[in-house]
Every structure is written in C-alpha cells, then in structure tokens.
Design a protein around this ligand. Structure first.
Ligand code: FES
Ligand code: MG
Length: 593
C-alpha cells in the first residue's frame, strides 16, 4: 500500500495549518486543541476523519455505533489519522412521525453541509436503520470526499415459542391473528417484542439489511460488513478495520465517484433480487445515483434485475434471519455465487482498494439451506416488475413474495395467467383505510383491489409505508390473508405482501390514482407490465378536467421546504435542486472570520 502522507497536503490543513492566514488558523486550532487533540497533531499533517454518528437514544437501531465508536477511533488513530465524531440528525424508522422518510433528505442535507464546511478529509458513515444508509451514501455522493460505510449490524434472531420471530414480519403475521381473534392484545405485544432481543437493526431482509447489502454491493464497505450481527465480536473488529481503512483511502484519494459507477449500481440491482431485497431499495439507490451523477432509472430494476433468481432464504421471502445469513457467508457468499454465474461486473473498484472480484476470492455459501446456489435457487426470476398504465407512469411489484396461494387466487385464471380484473376500493390515506375497511357498505370481497393514495413524497409528506393494507377482518376469518394492494406510498421491506408500490407520479400532484373511484374496474396484466383503470376514455378525461389538487397542511417548516422541493419516488424522492450540486467537497468554503 502506498503511504503518500509525506508529500500530501490535506484539505483539513487549510483550516489547521495555513500560515498565509495566521489569525484564522490560530482560531481553528485553539478551539480544537482544548479537547482530545494537541496542537502538534492538528498541525502535523494527519488526515482528519469525520465519523458520522447516526446512533442515539432516539435511534435505537443504530445505537450500537455509540459502543463501536472506540474501535473506529482506535483504527483511525493507529493508521495515523485524527478521528472526529459528529452527530447526524436521527432517522429512526419506528420512532419518527409522520415517517422517517421525511428525514432522509434532511440528514442528507446536513451531512453535505458538515462535510463541506468542516476540516475533514474523509468520513466513516455509520449505517443501520433503513434510511440512515441511503442518507449517508447520498451525502458522500454529493460531496465526493473519501468515504466508507460501517453497518451496526442486525439484531440477534428473535424467537417466539420455539419459532423465529423476525422484525416487522411478525407484526404483519400477528395482526392477522389478532384480526381473526386467535390472539389477544397482550400476546400480540409479546410476540412483536420477542423479535427485538438485542441492539441492532431489523433482523429480517427488510430495508435495513437490504440497504446495507446494497452499500456492500456498491463497494462502499469492507468485504462482509453488511451481515455481521450487532453484538458479535466480529462487528467490533469490522469497526476497527473500517477506521484503519479510511485513512489509507484518504491517502490514496479513493473517492465515492471512483467506486459508485454505473456498473456498481448494476451489481447492486442484481444482488437485491438475489437477496429478496426491499422495494425501498430502488428509490434509495436512485437517489444515490442521481447525487453522484450516474444515469439510472426505475426500469433498470426490471431490465437488469427481474430474471435474477432468489438465493437467500430469509424472511420475508423465506424462513431464516440475520444470524443464519451471516453464518452462511452473508453478502460475499451471495455475490460469489452471482459472480460465478456471470451476473456481476467483477472489475469494479471498491473501498478495500481492490476489485470486487479480488474481494470475493474464497467466498462461498457455507450453508445451502440459507444461501442457495445459482442453479438451485429458492425461485427463478425473483426481481421487481415495473408496471405502468393510466393509473401511474411507474410502480413496483416485488415478485419474490408472491405466495402460491396469492398466485392461485389472483393470477391463475386458466388461459389468462398473470392477468386479473377486479373492482377497486379506494382509501384516502391510512386513517381513512382504518376507519372504513371493515365497513360492509364498501363491499370488499375476495376479488377486490385495495388502493391507497395521498401517501407519496408530497402527499404524506415523505412517502409512508402504508400500502400493505390487510383485508377486512371478515375476509381474514375466511382465510383470505392478502388482497392485491396498490398505492403511491411505500411498504415496509419486512412485508411479505406483493403490493404494487411507489406509484409515480403520486395522486396529489395529479398522477392517475387521483381519478380512480371505488367501484371502478381495474385490470392488472403482469405479462404486459400494465395496470389500468377500465374507465371509458371520455369519462376519465372528464375526471381529470374536474380535478383540483387537495390542500396540503404542513405541520413544521421542514415539511413545507421538503414538499416544495421533493421529486417523485420513481426518481429517488430527492430534493430536486440538490441534484445539481456535485463534488462539493472539492471546493473549499470561505474562511469564517
Ligand atoms: Fe430500524 Fe428496521 S426499524 S432497522
Ligand atoms: Mg419501515
């Protein structure tokens, strides 16, 4: 490895060691040397490494990073860097209302501002809970200073009465049992709490495990980072090695734009299908790609990812949880299998300083019950379908969770497989759904499609995970556990529902869902990739002409700023104006006094 420290001038030295402006340099040094740094080291030509701390009491999914911090700092110090931890605006999926999705762009903005405005040469991104990972990757995509991501890791496996209890997935299962009257509220609470036995993020292949697998697949982490459970000793070792590694990345000037190329995103899409990853990955990766200037679009998810087989037997698409996935080899084992099958670009550069192919040398599945071979997968063609029609320009469907029962009930009419026509029941957001779903007047039967609108980026605001609506209690008691559901919001990555999600453009900005009425007939054609309201064209046009946008009420200043700048889910849900700013870490800000 090349240590070029002797002939390198670091960005941070413009703050700490600038004899051309002694007044400013003295101001910068005096206040940092009053804590754990000496004047000699601040002026000694050491790279200053920021550590973006996403964990806190408010962000329990990432709290493990509070305890990993000593190991990260030790690694940075030992490699000759100066560590500086700083807080990130919390993004707790299960804590923030109206949705943590609203905060992804806020944390992104503040990370960009910190990395641009402070004396930092590189950064360790602590990741974990769903949106923390994309927010951090989006930030360094815009700034383009050397960066490496460190996951906190999933919780240990949860268990309930001898069965694995997976984060989120047990909620969806238990709320059906509650609706059927098979369990009471007390048991419902106990079952769900059993799924969270330790520090860490969701132990299912929900959005957190997915996005950390995406960070690893993109090449933005050390090899094997994603899957190590939070409490394991290997997690501490990974924290230390990540700290060591970022210092060398700064010395080598290995930047996000060297790693997150179009080919790296294609790799990530393939990996997402193979792990049965979350439907939240497309908007998040789209946002990262736009901020770094890589051309990606929602259709790429079907074109590149649909025909990839499902290899990982993990909830919600399968049966196991994070501990088993880690023991079976984690992301490197999955990628090695895909690489052998010729599905990955092996020559891409990664945060290790080596190519992906080199990183994967020796990796393989250690348990074929958990990580399958490419030739004997869980199921074939397990990626997303991207649908369009008069209800939306694009929406996603996760095919790896279409159960045999769902397929039989809705998609198996002889001679017409993959096609389904049914009556629509339309809800204006989750409150309306909860108020009316059990109302017999709505006439929801086992051939109804449930629609929800007003829950996208602008509508909610932030795009809520509310599309996986369960059928009315009466239908569940008859054994109908799923109805097709469609919406302009998202759903939890832990959901096993094959919903049609992320419909863009959303209803409140005039997308097609705005004109649908309860009782309309709707046709889903998976073969043609379409979903359409079967309403005569002149009537449809009359509804468009008569439509007025709903009044949106902001509860905080950020909601107003967000709503006036955010784009659609199909395009990453970015702050549109922010995508024009690139490589901002390469421009020095002006002095502050
Ligand atoms: Fe934080 Fe799932 S709620 S990782
Ligand atoms: Mg969620």
């Amino acid at each position: 490895m090349s240590d070029t420290r002797a002939n390198k001038r670091f960005r941070s030295q413009e703050w700490f060691d600038n004899p051309n402006n002694p007044g400013m340099t003295a101001l910068y040094v005096e206040r940092y040397q009053n804590q754990e740094y000496t004047r000699e080291e601040l002026q000694g030509g050491h790279p200053v490494i920021g550590i973006a701390q996403t964990g806190s009491d408010l962000a329990p999914c990432n709290k493990i990073h509070v305890f990993l911090m000593d190991r990260i700092k030790a690694g940075i110090r030992e490699a000759g860097g100066i560590p500086m931890e700083f807080p990130v605006h919390p993004i707790q999926e299960t804590g923030k209302r109206p949705t943590a999705a609203l905060d992804r762009n806020l944390a992104y903005l503040s990370l960009v501002e910190v990395l641009h405005g402070y004396p930092l040469d590189g950064v360790v991104l602590t990741t974990g809970c769903d949106k923390t990972t994309p927010a951090m990757l989006m930030g360094v995509a815009t700034v383009d200073l050397p960066a490496i991501a460190l996951n906190g890791g999933p919780m240990l496996d949860g268990w309930w009465q001898g069965k694995r209890a997976g984060s989120g997935t047990i909620v969806w299962e238990s709320r059906r049992l509650l609706a059927e009257g098979k369990i009471d509220y007390e048991e419902f609470m106990s079952r769900v709490c059993s799924s969270a036995p330790s520090l860490g993020h969701c132990n299912t292949m929900g959005t957190a495990s997915t996005m950390n697998a995406m960070a690893e697949a993109l090449g933005m982490t050390l090899t094997g980072n994603a899957a190590i459970p939070a409490p394991f000793r290997e997690r501490m070792a990974m924290a230390y090695q990540t700290g060591r590694r970022i210092v060398q990345m700064v010395l080598d000037d290995l930047k996000p734009s060297d790693i997150m190329t179009r080919q790296a995103f294609e790799n990530a899409i393939v990996v997402n299908s193979a792990i049965g990853g979350s439907t939240n990955a497309p908007p998040h990766l789209q946002a990262v790609a736009r901020h770094i200037g890589v051309d990606l679009n929602v259709q790429d998810w079907e074109t590149i990812g649909f025909d990839v087989p499902l290899l990982v037997n993990m909830q919600p698409a399968g049966e196991y949880l994070g501990e088993s996935f880690y023991r079976a080899g984690g992301v490197p084992a999955v990628m090695a299998e895909l690489m052998q099958a010729g599905r990955l670009h092996g020559d891409v550069m990664t945060a290790t300083g080596n190519s992906l192919a080199a990183n994967l040398t020796g990796s393989k599945s250690l348990d074929h019950d958990v990580i399958k071979t490419y030739d004997a997968p869980m199921r074939q063609k397990a990626g997303f379908k991207v649908l369009s029609g008069n209800l939306f320009d694009s929406a996603l469907m996760k095919t790896s969770v279409i159960s045999a029962d769902f397929r039989k009930r809705f998609l198996s009419e002889p001679g017409n497989e993959g096609v389904f026509e049914a009556r629509a029941a339309v809800f204006e957001g989750p409150e309306d759904y909860h108020d009316r779903v059990n109302d017999p007047a709505l006439g929801i039967d086992e051939k109804t499609i449930l629609f929800i609108r007003g829950v996208g980026c602008v509508g909610y605001p932030g795009s809520a995970e509310v599309v996986n609506m369960q059928p009315p209690d009466a239908l569940i008691k008859m054994g109908v556990n799923h109805l097709p559901t469609v919406g302009d919001g998202r759903q939890s990555g832990t959901s096993e529902s094959p919903s049609i999600l992320n419909a863009s453009p959303e209803a409140v900005v005039g997308g097609g869902l705005a004109y649908l009425k309860t009782g309309d007939k709707v046709r889903l054609d998976l073969n043609a990739g379409r979903m359409d309201a079967l309403v005569p064209e002149d009537e449809w046009q009359a509804r468009i002409d008569a439509w007025t946008p709903p009044e949106l009420v902001n509860q905080t200043p950020w909601q107003e700023i967000y709503r006036s700048n955010v784009g659609q889910l199909s395009n990453g849900g970015c702050l549109e104006l922010a995508t024009a700013y690139q490589k901002v870490g390469r421009n020095l800000p002006r002095d502050n006094h």
